[in-house]
Write a new protein. Structure first.
Length: 309
């Protein structure tokens, strides 16, 4: 009998859509996927057409999560950057333990520790501890900033103003980045590949770019003048709040920008380097940022929509 893999955030949202990528990759490999979604819509219909079993549930309803985990062998846990991580973690850890899940891949931030620079990263560390206490073979996939999220930030001003407006200091500030597809490839390798030691962590970076590199990538792909405008933290918060970003995500990113600016002024940024995990476990070389921009150029030139992350 084919084992079932539960994939959360399977329909995909605005923050990278790793759950959707993981679902589609597993289905292409012939695995049985139970896709955990919030509602039935065109995204869930697409997954169903590809062969997924659709489960409509709520991360914060333990009864819903417990039913979703019934009869599965492995779980991909990806909670969006919003309030509720502690409750969602506890519910999933309980469900995994109750149903004897043997492997759980937990998507967290690249820096996960009690002294990490953002509130979300510190919550991620506690999430890791809960899954390890509960058992269930947890594996922690520590991903850095998604290309998709950089694109959303840039897309707010690029079409009309030709500007990348962020509070990142000068153009020498370094950003470690990765595509959601590369994150998904590693997740699939961990979910469906050889058994790994429970509690193992896998930091992944797909490319290391300066702000200047990002500007040049957009300018090259679009063949137009693109420039960087440094703005204050307050101005950036006002902009994203006006576009509907939730307070949890704004606080996380505000703290992240400060951390990256500080790293620019020290030897700390030398720790950022492309990791070989993507190729070794995911089976492909990581996508470059310019490749990503080229693939998404039509949607990046469209006016930015309301964000929810």
């Amino acid at each position: 009998m084919t084992e079932t893999i539960l994939v959360t955030s399977a329909a995909g949202g605005t923050q990278g859509q790793t759950g959707r990528h993981v679902s589609e990759m597993l289905l292409r490999r012939g695995h049985h996927v139970r896709a955990f979604v919030r509602q039935i819509d065109s995204r869930s219909d697409r997954l169903k057409s590809l062969g997924a079993e659709i489960f409509v549930g709520d991360f914060l309803d333990v009864r819903s999560v417990e039913q979703a985990a019934k009869g599965v062998s492995s779980i991909y846990f990806a909670y969006p950057v919003q309030d509720g991580l502690a409750e969602a973690t506890a519910a999933m850890a309980f469900a995994a333990r109750r149903h004897g899940v043997s492997r759980l891949v937990n998507l967290v931030m690249y820096q996960s520790s009690i002294d990490a620079p953002t509130p979300r990263m510190r919550q991620n560390y506690l999430s890791e501890q809960v899954f390890e206490w509960a058992g269930g073979g947890p594996l922690h996939l520590r991903a850095t900033v998604f290309y998709e999220n950089v694109a959303r930030l840039v897309g707010a001003n690029l079409p009309e103003r030709g500007a990348i407006r962020l509070p990142l200091g000068d153009e020498g500030t370094i950003l470690p980045l990765i595509s959601a597809e590369d994150v998904a490839r590693v997740a699939v390798g961990l979910l469906a590949g050889p058994e790994q030691a429970a509690g193992s962590a896998y930091p992944i970076i797909g490319s290391v770019n300066s702000v200047g590199d990002i500007v040049r990538a957009f300018a090259h792909v679009f063949d137009r003048d693109v420039h960087y405008e440094e703005i204050s933290d307050e101005a950036w918060r006002d902009e994203v709040h006006s576009r509907g970003w939730n307070a949890h995500a704004v606080e996380h990113l505000s703290s992240l920008w400060k951390s990256l600016r500080s790293a620019r002024l020290s030897a700390e940024n030398a720790r950022f380097a492309v990791t070989d995990t993507i190729e070794k476990i995911g089976g492909a070389e990581p996508k470059t940022f310019e490749q990503f921009v080229r693939e998404r150029q039509s949607e990046l030139l469209a006016p930015a929509g309301k964000a929810t992350a």
